[in-house]
Design a protein around this ligand. Structure first.
Ligand code: BV8
Ligand code: ZN
Length: 247
C-alpha cells in the first residue's frame, strides 16, 4: 500500500466533519462471503436475472428461496472482519458519519453499527402479496424451517426483504444516501460501482466537491473519477488508515 496515499486520505479525514462511506460485497469478502462478480462470485454460478428479480421469483419462488437459504446458511458461519469493525468505530470519530451499504449480509450490524441498507437485508422477509401490507419481519432461521416461507399474517408466500433488479430502492433510503453525498470525504469500499443508483453516489459526491476515495484491489468505473485509489483489500487498507487516524 502506498504510504503517501494513505497519509493523504488520513489528512483529509482528520479535517472532515462529514464523512460518508459506501460499501459493497468486497468488504465482506475477507469474512468468507462470496462477492457477486469476483472470481467464484455468487453471480458466476447464477445469472442475476435468473434469481434476483421479481420475475424470477414469480416464475420459480422455490428456486429463488433455495439460493437465498444457501446464502443465509453460508453467512451463519461468517464473522465481521476488520473492515466492518473499523467502519463501525468511525461513528464515534466523525461528527456527521454516514455508512451506506449495498450488502444484505448483516455484517456491519454484527460489528455494532446500523448502516443505511440500500438493498435491504437477507435476514428480513416481507409478504409477496401487496394486498397484505404486513411490512417486513426478521427471520434468522438457518436453514429455513419451510421453503418457501409463509407470511405470518395471511399465510401467503413470503419473499426475501431485499431490493431486486428492476425494483426501486426505498425512497427514504435514497433521500438519506443522496443527502450523505454532501460531505467532505466520500469513500467507496469493496464495490464494483456497477449497480445503480448506488453506483452513482460517488459521482454525486465528487460533483458536490467531496474528496473521493476508492478502496478496491481492482479498477472499477469509479476509479477514473476518484481523487485517491487505495489499491488493496478493505480489511487491510481500512485497518492501516484507522491506525494513521488514531496514531
Ligand atoms: C432500480 C440485493 C429502477 C439482492 C442487489 C441506472 C439507474 C437506475 C437503475 C439502473 C440504471 N442502469 C441499470 C439499472 C438497473 C439496475 C442496475 O444497476 N443494473 C446494473 C447491473 C447495470 N439497477 C436496479 O435494478 C436497481 N433498481 O434502479 O430500479 C426503478 C426505480 C423506481 C421504481 C422502480 C424501478 C436495483 C439494484 C439493486 C439490486 N440488488 N442485491 C441480493 O443481494 O440478493 S445488487 C447486488 O449487486 C448486491 O446488492 C451487491 O451489493 C450489488 C453491487 O455489487 P457489489 O456490492 O459492488 O459487489 P461486486 O461483487 O459487484 O463487486 C465486489 C467488488 O469488491 C469488486 O470490485 C472486487 O474487486 C472488490 N473486492 C473483492 N475483494 C475485496 C474487494 N474490495 C475490497 N476488499 C476486498 N477484500
Ligand atoms: Zn401476507
Amino acid at each position: 500500500m502506498n504510504d503517501t496515499l494513505l497519509d493523504r486520505v488520513a489528512d483529509a479525514l482528520r479535517q472532515a466533519q462529514r464523512v460518508t462511506v459506501l460499501t459493497g460485497a468486497g468488504v465482506s469478502a475477507a469474512s468468507g462471503v462470496p462477492t457477486f462478480r469476483g472470481p467464484g462470485g455468487l453471480w458466476k454460478s447464477f445469472r442475476a436475472e435468473d434469481l434476483a428479480t421479481p420475475e424470477a421469483f414469480a416464475r420459480d419462488p422455490l428456486l429463488v428461496w433455495e439460493w437465498y437459504d444457501w446464502r443465509r446458511q453460508r453467512l451463519a458461519h461468517c464473522q465481521p472482519n476488520r473492515a466492518h469493525v473499523v467502519l463501525g468505530s468511525w461513528g464515534a470519530l466523525f461528527p456527521h458519519y454516514r455508512l451506506l451499504t449495498q450488502n444484505v449480509d448483516g455484517l456491519h450490524e454484527r460489528a455494532g453499527f446500523e448502516p443505511i441498507r440500500l438493498h435491504g437485508s437477507i435476514w428480513e422477509l416481507s409478504c409477496w402479496s401487496r394486498a397484505c401490507g404486513s411490512g417486513t419481519w426478521r427471520n434468522d432461521q438457518v436453514p429455513l424451517a419451510e421453503r418457501p416461507p409463509r407470511c405470518p399474517s395471511c399465510g401467503g408466500l413470503a419473499r426475501p426483504g431485499v431490493v431486486w433488479f428492476g425494483e426501486g430502492l426505498d425512497p427514504h433510503d435514497v433521500a438519506q444516501a443522496t443527502a450523505a453525498t454532501a460531505c467532505q470525504v466520500f469513500i467507496a469500499a469493496g464495490t464494483s460501482s456497477l449497480v445503480y443508483p448506488a453506483a452513482g453516489l460517488v459521482h454525486d459526491a465528487h460533483r458536490r466537491g467531496a474528496f473521493t476515495v476508492e478502496i478496491n484491489p481492482d479498477e472499477t468505473p469509479a476509479s477514473a473519477i476518484v481523487d485517491v485509489r487505495l489499491q488493496g483489500g478493505a480489511e487491510t487498507v481500512l485497518h492501516d488508515l484507522d491506525e494513521r487516524l488514531r496514531g
